[in-house]
Design a protein around this ligand. Structure first.
Ligand code: SF4
Length: 342
């Protein structure tokens, strides 16, 4: 699938955005102050082999740009010398999708459209300053599908008014619509309206623990439906870290989430084993089972003080075993309730 290609991103920070979403400052999130010109894009593309490469326009609302500007960018990535090698993806908002821009994107070889949906709940969308209601989301996805695009949905958690249950609802909705998703816990970036709310005590961000727990539950929903989750948390970046005022920013956020699922799998397995002395884990999964700063291991040892974690070469990927009981990852996922497990 296209998500497996290497992505060469061009950031157009907040260009084409009709609204200033309260959490957003793409200049700080992406580290790019201004958009590249089409000439700069051509020059950069000349430096790369584009084989198995996907060119992406991120950081703004591509289809919110004027048609002229969209054309200039699309032409820059459609030069005859690169046309056969490259794929293109763009990100935009669901209220900026219509027949005209679908024809335009299709005509210039765009394969993938990522929609910054963030939430399916109207109170949350309103509080975040998104400027559209949830009823535009599904028609936008359906139209993109009619044109044959692969559709990604970006979701956020921890926005004002956004409860854990609403986020789980968002995940179920997105799982019905998307080919792949990204999940971003809300972090408070300096100089945004959300930073102002936070300073005035009107917004309380998630803790890292809350964000990890929720993202893990959402991940279960997507994995059970075999929807790829291609990003968990913002890309770690030194400048971004400096701009974060509060919230669950963690450079290894994705690792924490996958590690949480591995902990849950281990707990399910250990409940099934009669007298577990050791837990066998494929070597590649050991870092997940042991956890960031060995947190999972410490937790497991609290309940099972004699337990040893042992790397194994024979178990299938994702499986765990203890006391002769094997728990395949798929079996673990299917056995979980989505809302009230563990
Ligand atoms: S979140 Fe997206 S739509 Fe909102 S201002 Fe940022 S780039 Fe624009």
């Amino acid at each position: 699938m296209s998500a497996k290609k290497n992505i060469l991103p061009f950031f157009i920070p907040m260009e084409g955005c009709k609204h200033n979403c309260i959490f957003c400052d793409q200049r700080q999130i992406s580290g790019r102050i201004k958009s590249p010109t089409p000439a700069e894009i051509r020059a950069e593309l000349a430096l790369f082999s584009l084989k198995n490469m996907e060119i992406a326009f991120y950081g703004g609302s591509f289809t919110g740009l004027s048609k002229e500007k969209q054309l200039q960018y699309l032409q820059a990535v459609n030069e005859p010398n690169i046309k056969k090698q490259r794929a293109i993806r763009i990100s935009t908002r669901p209220d900026c999708i219509n027949q005209d821009n679908c024809f335009l994107l299709k005509g210039y070889g765009v394969k993938t459209v990522e929609l910054g949906v963030q939430s399916f709940n109207n109170e949350v969308l309103l509080a975040a300053g998104r400027g559209y209601k949830n009823e535009v989301i599904e028609p936008a996805v359906r139209l993109l599908r009619e044109f044959g695009f692969s559709v990604g949905i970006q979701l956020m958690t921890g926005l004002p008014e956004q409860t854990k249950d609403l986020s789980l609802f968002d995940a179920r909705q997105a799982a019905e619509l998307a080919d792949f998703v990204r999940i971003y816990p809300t972090v408070v970036i300096e100089n945004t309206p959300l930073a102002e709310l936070y300073r005035r005590g009107l917004y309380e961000p998630q803790t890292v623990e809350e964000a990890v727990d929720l993202a893990a539950r959402m991940l279960v929903i997507f994995q059970r439906r075999q929807i790829a989750v291609i990003r968990l948390g913002l890309n770690p970046d030194v400048k971004l870290a400096q701009a974060v005022l509060a919230g669950p920013y963690h450079p290894a956020f994705g690792h924490l989430v996958y590690s949480r699922l591995k902990l849950w799998q281990a707990l399910v397995l250990l409940q099934r084993a009669r007298a577990p002395q050791k837990i066998l884990c494929p070597k590649a999964d050991l870092p997940l089972l042991i956890g960031h700063k060995a947190e999972n291991k410490k937790l497991l040892l609290q309940s099972y003080p004699l337990l040893k974690i042992v790397g194994d070469q024979t178990l299938p990927a994702g499986a765990l075993s203890a006391d002769g009981v094997v728990l395949l990852y798929k079996e673990f996922l299917q056995g979980l309730g989505e809302n009230n497990f563990l």
